[in-house]
Design a protein around this ligand. Structure first.
Ligand code: SF4
Length: 367
């Protein structure tokens, strides 16, 4: 882009005016990453000042047995595969009885198991809520919700209402991948379409459930398909306001059917964080999911528009099945340290972004 175009775009973003698809495309092709970072960071500062959020959570992945077998996924497997597992209800509840201190959220996502009934998932939610009434349950991707509707014969509303009655608090944003029908046909043809994903989120929002949104990038999608995905999310958010955060997820090819593809570069990852912040002007938060980005890049992304580092996680199986080199979990003290070192103010939040504690310089620095 020439200097005049850059300046015009800077003025537009600084005045809080929405950028168009054409301008988003121009920004995508802009090589000056620091320009994009500066622009995205100015939006981040306008929205959340120097605050950077995190939460204390634990992931639970109930089963990896999956009938969808998406080509980009190293987690899902067949029932008879050596690494297949399915947690019994008692195992799940025992995990719920043994939670780390300060935890405010259980994050539960799994595979599409061919035989587990919808009642199993209801019992999981009900049981965990009974054991930990104060812990928020963020559970089930839109793809899982679609599957529950299929196996139970219930409508989307009925599925949501049953889960909410049992104790469901909100939805994560997974399963979105890239909405393009071309991409989905090629890499995940058996699961819910992009259109269905958006319909499920709209239904969730209409019932008062907050959700996140994601995009899995860096596989076979084109730049236009990425931009189309972001614009569709922005349109839905205009209608519902139900998304809390957007989480751009770089594809990890290891152990997948797409293992011939290369992992995205740090340049690309930071650019996607910045572009997301610039395009999704109606999303309150852009999350740098450290599990997939890696801790060093997640920390750097705070200067490229991200304002949330997700949580402590404790045990993560999905991305690690695809070769993620990150730790399984991270301590609250280390999250605080990472945020402070980057020059921001760590804010511990709950799932719905209620503030639990704001940490000053003297707090939480691990030795
Ligand atoms: S991405 Fe989800 S639906 Fe697809 S194979 Fe993996 S676990 Fe199954």
């Amino acid at each position: 882009m020439d200097a005049t175009t850059l300046n015009n775009l800077r003025d537009k973003v600084n005045s809080g005016t929405r950028i168009s698809l054409d301008e988003a495309r121009e920004l995508y092709y802009e090589k000056d990453l620091l320009f994009l970072g500066e622009l995205a960071r100015s939006v981040k500062v306008r929205k959340t000042n120097l605050q950077v959020f995190f939460n204390v959570n634990r992931h639970i992945n109930l089963t990896n047995v999956c009938l969808s077998r998406c080509k980009f996924c190293a987690f899902g497997c067949d029932e008879n595969d050596p690494g297949a597992y399915t947690m019994t209800l008692e195992e799940v509840l025992n995990t719920g009885r043994d939670l780390p201190p300060h935890i405010t959220e259980l994050h539960i996502v799994s595979a599409l198991h061919p035989h587990l009934p919808f009642d199993y998932y209801l019992e999981v939610i009900r049981g965990l809520k009974e054991i930990n009434p104060e812990v928020h349950l963020q559970a089930f991707t839109a793809v899982e919700i679609d599957y529950f509707s299929q196996i139970s014969g219930l409508s989307l509303e009925e599925v949501f209402k049953s889960l909410m009655e049992a104790g469901l608090g909100s939805l994560p944003g997974g399963g979105a991948e890239v909405f393009s029908p071309r991409v989905r046909e090629a890499i995940c043809s058996r699961k819910a379409s992009g259109e269905r994903w958006l319909e499920i989120m709209e239904t969730a929002h209409s019932l008062g459930l907050k959700t996140n949104a994601t995009m899995l990038y860096g596989h076979i999608e084109t730049m236009e398909e990425r931009l189309d995905h972001l614009i569709k999310l922005r349109s839905l958010q205009d209608r519902t306001g139900g998304f809390q955060s957007f989480i751009p997820l770089p594809f990890h090819p290891h152990n997948t059917e797409l293992s011939h593809l290369k992992r995205t570069t740090g340049y690309e990852d930071l650019k996607m964080i910045a572009l997301s912040r610039l395009i999704l002007d109606n999303f309150p938060h852009i999350k740098a999911f450290w599990i997939m980005l890696g801790i060093p890049l997640a920390q750097l992304s705070l200067h490229f528009g991200a304002d949330d580092l997700d949580g402590t996680v404790v045990e993560e199986r999905i991305t690690h099945a695809a070769g993620a080199q990150t730790e399984q979990g991270i301590s609250r003290e280390n999250l605080i340290k990472l945020i402070q070192e980057a020059g921001y103010v760590p804010v511990e939040r709950d799932t719905l972004y209620n503030i639990i504690e704001v940490y000053g310089e003297e707090d939480g620095l691990a030795p």
